[in-house]
Design a binder for this molecule. Sequence first.
Ligand SMILES: NC(=O)c1ccc[n+]([C@@H]2O[C@H](COP(=O)([O-])OP(=O)(O)OC[C@H]3O[C@@H](n4cnc5c(N)ncnc54)[C@H](OP(=O)(O)O)[C@@H]3O)[C@@H](O)[C@H]2O)c1
Length: 277
Amino acid sequence: MILITGATGNVGRIAVERLAGEDRKVRALSRNPERTQWPTGVEAVAGDLTDPASLTEALAGIESVFLFAVPEAGPGFVAAAQEAGVRHVVLLSSGAIDDTTEVQDGAIAAYHFAVEQELRASTIDWTFLRCEVFATNCLQWSHQTKHGDEIRGAFADAAGTPIHEADIADVAVAALTSQDHTGKIYHLTGPESLTHADQARIIGEVLGRHLRYVEIPAEQVRRQLAPFVPAPVLDDILRVWERSVTVPRPVTGGVEAVSGHAARDFRTWVRDHADAF
Ligand SMILES: NC(=O)c1ccc[n+]([C@@H]2O[C@H](COP(=O)([O-])OP(=O)(O)OC[C@H]3O[C@@H](n4cnc5c(N)ncnc54)[C@H](OP(=O)(O)O)[C@@H]3O)[C@@H](O)[C@H]2O)c1
């Protein structure tokens, strides 16, 4: 039996659908499972990753887990999974992790690295999916595209490699259903390096509109996002964007190597989410 955590999220939801479609025994974790219509055959279970005592039912009889890294939830979850006899954890981790240091640069790398370290120290086999920026991050622009043709944000020339959440789910399913991926670290990206300005233009092209990314000062963006994003994470995001103006993040072949198919491009992602914009 496979447990998918973050099962109502971007990646977990697709992983649940894929596994159910393959007639695998799958259990889906949510803090409120009754709010979701689950695919046929999926066992939905309530639990909170920050409260190990709430995970007893979720972990009973589980061999493999797809783990969504909630900050601070690592030690409790790993101990509970080990106690329950879990054999393998596939962790949704971060491409920001630097293997050359124990002290990670920034909050995002640090909390994912902490969960990786907990798993390495356990008796559980692991696979780390170190993902670069999710294309779904662009959904934060949707309230702007619904009201005009300008997307106002920081660092128009920040270059990322946006990855389609379906590709992460495909890799996760491959790693969860084969013995070949234990002890492996996969760096996952989309197939192309695109600046914020490129992404805005492509969204416009797919929608048949002339969308422009208008750069505004990073400090203004910090003030706008402060009520929604924790300060250390916001600092990290703005720093990564600034750095990527001059040093773009590299494209990897991780998705294709594990899933067997090419990574979906950004245009495909926009088509799949056109209604949102
Ligand atoms: N966005 C990026 O660019 C990026 C890049 C690399 C890595 N990541 C990592 O990817 C993960 C986000 O993945 P995603 O986009 O698929 O997730 P998501 O859409 O944000 O959804 C995550 C799901 O996790 C569940 N969840 C949240 N807190 C929980 C808790 N305490 N206990 C149990 N479940 C909890 C929620 O489901 P319920 O409400 O149903 O419980 C939620 O639907 C994060 O760990 C992030 O750091 C993101």
